[in-house]
Design a binder for this molecule. Structure first.
Ligand SMILES: [Fe+2]
Length: 336
């Protein structure tokens, strides 16, 4: 009986202390990446730098709206996150991808499907190599060079600074990365010192084209790509702008904004409800439509109330605006 209780308590402890994100294991030992990447660099890069991003990310998301969200959801909505979440979520995602696409077993080739797409976009594999190397070499300071599947489902070479990546809603060129080259000095300094070029040359020798080809196929049907497209929902943005100005002003006891713009708010709610919802599964779409219907009804009621009552009480307006605000966040939360 005693042992059962001890076992039970340990299980509870494991559950209680389970971290949201964890360091992935490498597929090979640190030494196996020699001579392309030296053992010490691999060890420090993985066990210290990447572990640092994981530890700090777990700390940063605790108690935030991003607690218990997937890494993709965090990245897709990172504009609403702290710098600590942005830097460490990027650091964790980017390095996880980096380890996956490296193999010391050289001489793999892109799949037929990926090669066809590379040739369509860049002419030939060597041209892609040149373009990606240029992106890696010209990235000033720390950052990454990427091969991504963009919003149109096409291959594209991009580059981001620090630990940003193309999934984030704060970068200009967005998409799902299938190949990333880490150009932080911590990735090469011990062996190559300041010669970033030598390091990039070495990376091409250990790319796992089998993994990259699979990532290409997965990216084409990835819901992350659909979510990136949903950022282009102009009716949602237009409604948000009016709601934000009127609601936040009212929170500060300024009701002049909503008195001037209640009709505009209702029209934007109508346009939003009737717009094309650029997201995800049918189930999610149904729930979003329900929230949008509620949002439209509440906006109409507020408009009628203000129009019909010359002596309206601010308390009633605030209550109605708060309900509209809550419905709007129902929609946003379903996108998360
Ligand atoms: Fe790195």
């Amino acid at each position: 009986m005693k042992y059962v209780i001890v076992l039970l308590l340990s299980s509870i402890q494991i559950v209680l202390f389970a971290q949201q994100f964890s360091l992935p294991n490498l597929k090979f030992t640190y030494a196996e990446y020699e001579p392309f990447i030296d053992m010490k660099t691999m060890e420090i890069h993985h066990s210290k730098h990447h572990q640092g991003y994981v530890t700090n990310l777990n700390k940063a998301v605790a108690g935030s709206p991003f607690e218990n969200k997937s890494i993709s959801k965090v990245l897709l909505n990172v504009s609403n996150a702290s710098d600590a979440i942005r830097n460490n979520a990027g650091g964790h995602y980017n390095h996880t991808l980096f380890w996956e696409i490296l193999t010391p077993k050289t001489s793999s080739q892109p799949s037929e499907l990926l090669l066809k797409s590379i040739e369509e976009t860049f002419g030939k594999l060597d041209s892609l190599k040149t373009k990606l190397n240029q992106a890696a070499m010209s990235r000033f300071g720390s950052g990454w060079a990427w091969l991504i599947v963009n919003e149109e489902g096409k291959l594209q070479v991009t580059s981001t600074g620090n630990q940003d990546n193309p999934i984030m809603d704060v970068v200009a060129e967005r998409g799902v990365p299938i190949l990333g080259i880490d150009v932080w000095e911590h990735a090469y300094y011990l062996k190559h010192q300041n010669k970033r070029n030598d390091y990039i040359y070495a990376i091409w020798s250990i790319l796992d084209w089998g993994v990259i080809s699979q990532k290409y196929e997965d990216a084409l049907k990835d819901t992350v790509l659909i979510s990136i497209k949903s950022d282009n929902w102009p009716e949602l943005k237009a409604f948000h702008k009016v709601m934000s100005n009127t609601f936040h002003a009212a929170e500060k006891k300024d009701f002049t904004q909503i008195m001037d713009r209640h009709q505009e708010l209702m029209i934007k709610a109508f346009l939003l409800k009737n717009s094309e919802i650029p997201v995800l599964t049918i189930d999610e779409r149904v729930l979003i439509v329900k929230s949008l219907e509620k949002l439209e009804k509440q906006s109409m009621e507020l408009n009628s109330f203000i129009s019909a009552n010359k002596k309206v009480t601010n308390g009633v307006i605030m209550k109605k605006l708060t309900a509209i605000h809550a419905s709007f966040h129902e929609v946003i939360n379903r996108l998360l």
